[in-house]
Design a binder for this molecule. Structure first.
Ligand SMILES: Cc1ncc(COP(=O)(O)O)c(C=O)c1O
Length: 498
């Protein structure tokens, strides 16, 4: 237990203040002459009430005196957040329903003053690109170390020191773990930030469960000195989709009150209480059972990895076997299965597993499929997955052809030069041009393939021939592009420059 904090209002981790408040309110029988309009499901499509159940509509209550509010909480929401801060080792925790996306935007708004610069390795999620547009912050991207077959790795403390020595910045943001579950130790990075008086922001969207993992797994960013940490609770904990939390570190130069000012700019006055209650109940559940459940999940994932590794030409990524991953730890629940030696692309493997074996992975790329595993996986589905992987292993294809893939930069090509801030490029006048004619122009939009959702091009960056070529290769390989024109016949560029 975090020794610096007293338990929330004397409550213990076996309480769930939001859930209990909703339950008591409903039990009290007060009639709602107030929003929401569905009035506990009486004025709702009957098929929806049947499908979701009456209880879901009963609990879909608004922010009001009885239920507290998210922006300036004073009772059950405050208590629930204090319990979360205690469990996750934070000075303060903020719950939200808009995903880590909103949390990341709030972190950047809180940490970077107008006109400020943020230092960040290039492998950021699209939510960071959006936050840069919202905030006006000027990004200074660091070229990350890249593993050709699974993109960017973590950044070292020395790199951050060298960059901060070279030029000051208002904040540093790192993505940790990567979508592939790789997490470089962060202590040296946080020490460098501390020495320079710069807050360290961590996009830990994929790592909220680190708190519950056994020894040897990546440590939570908060324990390694991060100041603000955004986590997608829905990704690897057990709350509803869209739920997330931001933690303020105990020694953060940004106080909880400062963070709240930015946070409140982005939050609705009508948070969804099903989401908040699910965060609250999940926190209680994990405080009681999280360590045991995740220990079991790690053992199960290790057994599954061994079975996959026994299939010829399939290989599960392992930091222990790969000297290129020195300094990194790995999320033991995330299995990165390389299918390239069998001559398959991850896209084709994903398609087979989806259509014939009724299993869906988290992500596919040119070389891999990535599985997210959790406690209590379904045994029959694991057998279907193994049958599908066996089919891939038994049917090797001619080697995958990709000149760029062979040249190694397909997943994380070189950073295009920045001509203006993402905000100026994205919100100023723009025009639509054919992709082929965009080389040398300033992008007015992000271009990314999803997953992993890391932009190849950010607003404000100059389109390079390599980026255009990588886009073409990925489209040809079957990757899904997120852009104004998903087929990438055209792209939006900034007007008035040539
Ligand atoms: C690295 C990373 N950061 C942030 C996010 C955004 O999280 P959310 O979907 O909870 O908004 C994602 C989502 O995929 C992500 O992969």
């Amino acid at each position: 237990m975090n020794q610096h904090l007293k338990p929330a209002a004397g409550l213990a981790q076996d309480r769930a203040p939001i859930l209990e408040t909703l339950r008591d309110y409903i039990a009290g029988g007060t009639y709602a002459f107030h929003t929401p309009g569905h009035k506990a499901g009486r004025f709702a499509p009957p098929e929806l009430v049947e499908l979701f159940g009456q209880t879901a509509f009963d609990y879909d209550l608004p922010a009001m005196t009885a239920t507290d509010n998210l922006l300036h909480p004073t009772h059950c929401v405050q208590q629930a957040q204090e319990l979360a801060a205690e469990l996750f080792g934070a000075a303060a925790t903020f719950y939200l329903g808009g995903g880590a996306t909103t949390g990341i935007a709030a972190m950047i708004l809180a940490a970077v003053p107008p006109g400020g610069t943020i230092l960040l390795p290039r492998n950021v999620h699209r939510s960071v690109a959006a936050a840069l547009v919202l905030s006006g912050a000027r990004p200074r991207f660091i070229e990350p170390q890249v593993l050709p077959e699974c993109g960017a790795l973590g950044v070292s403390g020395e790199t951050i020191v060298a960059e901060l020595d070279r030029q000051p910045a208002s904040a540093v943001l790192v993505t940790r773990p990567t979508y592939y579950g790789l997490a470089r130790d962060l202590a040296a990075v946080s020490a460098a930030c501390r020495r320079h008086g710069v807050p360290l922001l961590v996009d830990e969207a994929h790592g909220p469960h680190f708190r519950f993992l056994p020894e040897g797994a990546p440590r939570p960013a908060l324990d390694e000195g991060a100041d603000l940490v955004a986590q997608s609770a829905h990704k690897t904990l057990c709350s509803l989709v869209g739920t997330a939390q931001v933690h303020v570190g105990r020694n953060s130069p940004i106080s909880p009150a400062q963070f709240r000012d930015a946070f409140n700019l982005l939050q609705t006055t009508s948070p969804n209480y099903l989401q908040l209650a699910s965060l609250d109940a999940s926190r209680r559940f994990l405080a009681q059972k999280g360590r045991d459940l995740f220990a079991g999940a790690v053992e199960a994932a290790q057994r599954l990895a061994s079975e996959i590794n026994a299939l010829p030409d399939l290989k599960v990524l392992s930091v222990a076997d790969d000297p290129r991953l020195a300094g990194h730890r790995q999320d033991p629940l995330r299995l990165v299965i390389n299918v390239a030696a069998a001559g398959w692309t991850g896209y084709d493997a994903e398609l087979l597993l989806r259509t014939k074996y009724k299993t869906e992975d988290e992500l596919s790329d040119w070389f891999n499929i990535v599985l997210v595993t959790s406690p209590r996986e379904d045994a029959a589905a694991i057998q279907r997955l193994l049958a599908g992987l066996r089919e891939i292993s038994d049917h090797p294809q001619p080697p995958v052809k990709s000149t760029i893939a062979e040249a190694s930069n397909l997943l994380q090509p070189a950073i295009p030069p920045l001509a203006m801030t993402p905000r100026d490029a994205a919100l100023g006048p723009k025009q639509v041009v054919p992709l082929a004619e965009s080389i040398g122009r300033v992008a007015a939009e992000s271009i990314m393939f999803y997953p992993p959702g890391i932009p190849l091009l950010m607003p404000g960056e100059i389109v390079t021939p390599e980026i255009v070529e990588v886009c073409r290769e990925l489209l040809a390989g079957g990757a899904h592009c997120y852009a104004s024109d998903p087929a990438l016949g055209t792209i939006r560029v900034v007007c008035g420059e040539q």
